[in-house]
Ligand binder design. Structure first.
Ligand SMILES: NC(=O)c1ccc[n+]([C@@H]2O[C@H](COP(=O)([O-])OP(=O)(O)OC[C@H]3O[C@@H](n4cnc5c(N)ncnc54)[C@H](OP(=O)(O)O)[C@@H]3O)[C@@H](O)[C@H]2O)c1
Length: 290
């Protein structure tokens, strides 16, 4: 039976059968250096995934391109048969090459193959949430997204995908995607210090669409700011905790997928995200990205 109650900070965001805890988990950094190859500590990686699920997390973010295939294989090894209510979100639209790059892979047959590979590596008959990842390794790139969404909508019709999202997208690409298919989530780079999507987040919130910030803690370059450190010190906590709590308070459609390869950090992040920031704290923190 699917449960939508959680003690995790932020509660659960629900739409059309998807009940995602707003505190989720991003699996990308479980792969080896440069998001290539296996993790340094295989058992620790399995342990983090198991602890996330045991903590009640129902939203794990992955991609066949991570490793490649490595994070999907770890998720399956750690959690299969999957607990009721767990939703795995994956991305298609990029592959990996021999130079550790992320070449785009958006032709219909490439998207179909990627969906098939995700199904196989995760051990699923249907993928709950598939993002079309636009842009490139450097970020968003203007250009059409409709053709890719049409292919993914066909796969949805065929019963291989339940829900569609878009990632690494500009606001006009979100609008274009929505003209082709029903989009339930947008996953873009956003954190206390990088706030290009402020207006987009608010408009998605009005339309009941989730916004999933990647690099919530700064990604490969941890967030560093004197204002953030000052607020954290005053509240007796860590900058990471403040950054996560700020995101949860920023908008009810924001879903967290912080990554960590450490069970201790996972626990710290769950507890830290429940911090209540005062209006004064928020004003001070808002100045960082302003
Ligand atoms: N759509 C896209 O194009 C895209 C791009 C990038 C990422 N993503 C998704 O977004 C998710 C989140 O991004 P991310 O994992 O790269 O970045 P992140 O969540 O911003 O930061 C992860 C980093 O923060 C560290 N960290 C986590 N908790 C910590 C704590 N309590 N104290 C100190 N350090 C801590 C981790 O190191 P430890 O391992 O040592 O804890 C890791 O190096 C990814 O896992 C992936 O699923 C999507």
């Amino acid at each position: 039976m699917e449960s939508s109650t959680t003690t995790l900070p932020g509660g659960t965001w629900t739409r059309g059968g998807l009940a995602l805890t707003r505190f989720g988990y991003g699996a990308m950094q479980l792969a080896g250096p440069g998001v290539m190859g296996p993790p340094a500590d295989h058992d620790a990686a399995l342990g983090v995934l198991q602890e996330a699920a045991a903590s009640g997390v129902t939203h794990i973010d992955t991609s066949g391109a991570y490793g490649p295939r490595i994070t999907n294989q770890l998720i399956r090894e750690a959690l299969y048969p999957y607990p009721d209510g767990l939703h795995l979100a994956t991305k298609v639209g990029a592959e990996r090459d021999e130079q550790d790059g992320w070449p785009t892979a958006r032709e219909p047959e490439q998207l179909r193959r990627a969906v098939g590979e995700n199904l196989e590596t995760l051990g699923l008959d249907t993928l709950d949430l598939v993002y079309f990842r636009a842009g490139d390794a450097q970020g968003t790139v203007p250009g059409p997204v409709a053709a890719a969404l049409e292919t993914l909508a066909e796969l949805q019709q065929e019963g291989l995908i339940r829900h569609l999202g878009v990632s690494n997208v500009l606001p006009e690409q979100v609008a274009e995607a929505r003209s082709v298919a029903s989009i339930v989530a947008v996953q873009n780079m956003y954190n206390l210090a990088f706030r290009r999507d402020d207006a987009l987040i608010d408009s998605l919130a009005r339309d009941g669409i989730a916004y999933v910030p990647f690099f919530p803690l700064g990604g490969f370059s941890p967030l560093q700011s004197a204002a953030l450190s000052a607020v954290a010190a005053r509240l007796g906590t860590t900058p990471m905790s403040v950054a996560l709590a700020w995101l949860l308070q920023r908008s009810p459609n924001i879903l967290l997928i912080p990554g960590t390869s450490s069970a201790a950090h996972l626990r710290e992040n769950i507890s830290g995200a429940s911090l209540e920031l005062s209006a004064g704290d928020v004003t001070e923190l808002d100045s960082i990205g302003g």
